[in-house]
Design a protein around this ligand. Structure first.
Ligand code: NAD
Length: 348
């Protein structure tokens, strides 16, 4: 496995491979940037087919965290970690505990939290041996999941997109397709439903789609058709890579604003979306709600109201970004990347 040659390695400060033979831990921590503050980003547990695949994922995700935290105005750098394992493994707790010792060894240079396969209760397990864990269940009222901050950010982003694209101040009657109805997608559907949007949904988990059909009057679409739905706006909220060479020409939505990380397979797809007249809200901008709501605990003691208000600030950030891209006649993805890179430049 070539590490330094990976496309996304280039700007990384440090990559650590974590091993603990006693529990079979194989993990990777990628620290992309600490220019703005300690690197912060969740820990994903996923049964990657190879360590190369895991490395590729963690490098892309950690770079995205630097950009996300910078544009969200947080004094935090970017990092991410992955544990190569099935999150349903019997020894999940042991893997988390072993992994957290590696995070502790970094003495605060990297803070971690929840991601796919690692929930708020798991974050409490990570915190048993580590001082650098946020988005823990025990930090919030019973039943509150910090992913709800991310969903609120998604809803706020869709409101801003509707204002920019259609000059709409309400979402009533807006047709929205949502791919993935997990911690973020389901709550996003709830908020869209309450705002009067017409929902089209898809998930590989039947229970998840049944719930949205029964409770939010959603129309279920096949998993391989959701990106091609005849809707106004597409909200990808599952895994990354949904905007690729195969799918891009099928997309009929006029706008894309969703919470999944790494939605574009490559930069050229951001350019292509613009050519096709599709307004794309860069994923790392709109999905910053979790960091804005929960990550702020790394450097302050926000109330729930403070956290909520910070997330609602995404409305102005997204309006500003979309307006700038329109004015400069450039892809939104390029404009956001340039803004983030500017913030990450070391000041001498
Ligand atoms: P989750 O694991 O709770 O939910 C993901 C859902 O997507 C699941 O219901 C799963 O069945 C479904 N899914 C998987 N593959 C699918 C496919 N091909 N088609 C349709 N559905 C599919 O995850 P989440 O926390 O909701 O996160 C979703 C995305 O948002 C991820 O990319 C994550 O990295 C990103 N994200 C999440 C947060 C957060 O706070 N949870 C923050 C930022 C970004």
């Amino acid at each position: 496995m070539a590490v330094f040659e990976q496309v996304d390695f280039a700007e990384h400060e440090q990559v650590l491979f974590c091993h603990d033979a006693s529990v079979g831990l194989h993990g990777i921590i990628a620290i992309h940037s600490t220019v703005l503050g300690p690197a912060a980003g969740g820990c994903r547990m996923y049964p990657y087919e190879s360590s190369t695949e895991a490395l590729k994922d963690v490098l892309r995700l950690s770079k995205g965290m630097s950009y996300k935290n910078a544009l969200a105005g947080l004094p935090l750098g970017g990092g991410k970690s992955v544990i190569i394992a099935d999150p349903n493994s019997d020894n999940k707790d042991e893997l988390l505990k072993a992994f957290s010792r590696h995070v502790q060894g970094l003495a605060g240079k990297y803070w971690t939290a929840i991601d796919v396969g690692v929930g708020p209760k798991d974050a409490d397990i990570l915190a048993e041996n580590c001082d650098y864990i946020f988005a823990r269940a025990s930090q919030y009222p019973e039943g509150f999941n910090p992913s709800l901050f991310t969903a609120l950010g998604g809803f706020t982003g869709i409101r801003a997109t509707a204002k920019h694209v259609w000059n709409r101040d309400h979402l009533s009657g807006l047709k929205v397709s949502v791919q993935g109805l997990g911690a973020t997608g389901r709550e996003l559907c709830r908020q869209l439903f309450e705002a009067g949007a017409e929902l089209y949904v898809s998930d590989i988990n039947k229970e998840a789609t049944d719930y949205a059909v029964d409770n939010y009057g959603a129309t279920q679409l096949p998993v391989d058709q959701i990106h091609a739905a005849e809707v106004d706006l597409f909200a990808p909220c599952a895994m990354g890579g949904i905007i690729n060479d195969e799918t891009i020409s099928d997309i009929k939505a006029k706008a894309i604003c969703g919470l999944a990380n790494n939605q574009l397979v490559s930069e050229k797809h951001g350019v292509e979306l613009k050519k096709r007249g599709i307004t794309y809200v860069p994923d790392y901008v709109v999905n910053a709600g979790g960091m804005m709501g929960a990550g702020t605990r790394i450097f302050s003691k926000p109330t729930m109201e403070d956290s909520r208000n910070r997330v609602l600030g995404l409305y102005d950030t997204i309006i500003e970004l979309l307006s700038l891209a329109e004015k400069e006649d450039r892809p939104t993805s390029e404009v956001a990347d340039k803004m983030a890179k500017g913030l990450l430049m070391k000041t001498i």
